[in-house]
Design a protein around this ligand. Structure first.
Ligand SMILES: Cc1ncc(COP(=O)(O)O)c(C=O)c1O
Length: 438
């Protein structure tokens, strides 16, 4: 039976263990919230200070050319492309996930509409797509953005449970919009299979990779997805509010709309012409001036993946990270179910490896928020997501970033959780006061 000794041995034998040293992790903290905000890479502070002092302070405006600021969104995009099965030149780091989703969903809706018009060729009885299809427990910002676009385009947002998606995919769906790994449950969709099903009925597939990029294998090219967006501040460790990213399949390369037609997405921004001409390819998804300091910090987060590759030059680094993440989450699930039995925790994350991402979620009927607050007080940082009181229950989330979380961390986290539940210390008033950010 697994004990603390086993966990310590697993850490000693872990080839990825040295990567932990690349992060600043506070003493006495076990950080299981990298699925929400990644930890701080040690290189970030000095690199951002250098960008401030040398590039901005000394270089001033010249740094747009001399420090390569102007193409930083593309260079950071290329680093991200390597983690999501895309090619160099296909990704840019820009704006937030919400804003990028607005751009790609708008483009996908227009492509779907024009495909129907072309196919119709005067036929009256061809069914017009009426829906954007998504999952009821998709991240709210995705649903809010989709609601707004549906209103603008006279479509309806249709929300279903995960097991109902296949049946709901008909030729009346313009766009299937899903988050690859669900933010609440950690359940992972089969991107290739759902994209193929969507294409079979003439529907486009838009994927949100917020909880996938840097955590699980993503293969956008092989999956034939149409568009993808994702976060820079979760598993990519780019810092709070880091720029997000956006990808489009090359088959749409020069035929997709940019609804936010800003000057830096123009084909020739410095020609200063009064009319908008979109840049070729993904560069048109840039809008305003790139946030250089934030992009610099994001680059430091991405450099950690290059360091991981350097540790094992002949290995598939994503496969190694994924194997560690699955070992960590398997261990955590087994320990919680054994050590915390009888306290009402119910696993909501699928056990099957192919069906889950890098987080573990447990539902708890009452007191979930307070339990998490008490756990955080003991130094184990996870988070809490409220249910809708209907089909979705309150959950405790624990994210396992294989770059810096170890097996001993998983052991101690479960021991603290057990103590919090057994002592009922979560009932103390200070743990029951709701804070602004949960
Ligand atoms: C699936 C998903 N999409 C989008 C977001 C947030 O996007 P933004 O960076 O626009 O706040 C989150 C945040 O947690 C998320 O989980």
């Amino acid at each position: 039976m697994t004990n603390l000794n086993h966990c310590q041995t697993q850490d000693t034998q872990d080839p990825l263990r040295p990567l932990r040293e690349l992060f600043t992790l506070p003493e006495g903290v076990i950080y299981l919230d990298g699925n929400s905000l990644g930890a701080l890479p040690k290189a970030t502070a000095a690199r951002v200070a250098q960008a401030v002092q040398a590039e901005w302070g000394e270089g001033l405006i010249r740094s747009w050319n001399t420090a390569g600021w102007i193409d930083l969104p593309q260079r950071v995009g290329d680093q991200i492309a390597a983690l999501i099965g895309a090619q160099p030149g296909e990704v840019v780091a820009t704006d937030s996930t919400s804003v990028n989703l607005y751009k790609v969903l708008h483009a996908a809706i227009l492509i779907a509409a024009s495909a129907v018009n072309t196919r119709a060729g005067g036929l009256k009885d061809l069914k017009k797509p009426r829906f954007v299809l998504s999952e009821r427990s998709n991240f709210p910002t995705d649903l809010y953005i989709a609601q707004s676009l549906c209103q603008q385009h006279g479509l309806t947002l249709k929300l279903v449970e995960p097991h109902e998606i296949s049946a709901a995919l008909t030729d009346e769906v313009a766009v299937l919009m899903l988050t690859h790994v669900n933010y609440r449950t950690g359940a992972m969709h089969n991107m290739a299979a759902l994209t193929a099903q969507a294409h079979a009925v003439g529907t486009l597939a838009v994927w949100d990779l917020a909880h996938s990029a840097g955590a699980v294998r993503v293969d956008l090219t092989t999956s034939q997805a149409d568009f993808a967006v994702g976060c820079g501040y979760k598993y990519l460790n780019g810092g709070p509010g880091a720029p997000a990213f956006v990808w489009v399949h090359p088959r749409h390369a020069n035929a997709f709309e940019q609804p936010l037609s800003g000057w830096l997405g123009h084909a020739a921004p410095f020609a200063f012409t009064p009319d908008y001409q979109p840049a070729p390819g993904i560069a048109r998804y840039l809008c305003g001036t790139p946030p250089i300091l934030s992009l610099t910090a994001l680059q430091c987060g991405l450099d950690v993946f290059s360091a991981a590759q350097a540790l094992a030059p002949n290995q598939d680094v994503i496969a190694a990270l994924r194997a560690k993440s699955l070992a960590l989450t398997d261990l955590f699930i087994a320990l919680v179910e054994r050590r915390c039995a009888g306290h009402g925790l119910e696993l909501v994350t699928p056990r099957e490896h192919a069906l889950r991402g890098s987080q573990v979620s447990f539902a708890l009927e009452t007191g979930g928020y307070a339990v998490m607050q008490a756990l955080i007080h003991r130094g184990v940082i996870g988070d809490f997501r409220r249910g809708d009181g209907d089909t979705h229950r309150d959950i405790l989330r624990f994210g396992f970033t294989p770059l810096y979380v170890g097996f001993e961390d998983a052991w101690h986290a479960v021991e603290y959780l057990k103590q919090v539940l057994e002592s009922r210390e979560w009932q103390r008033p200070e743990f029951n006061q709701q804070q602004a950010v949960t």
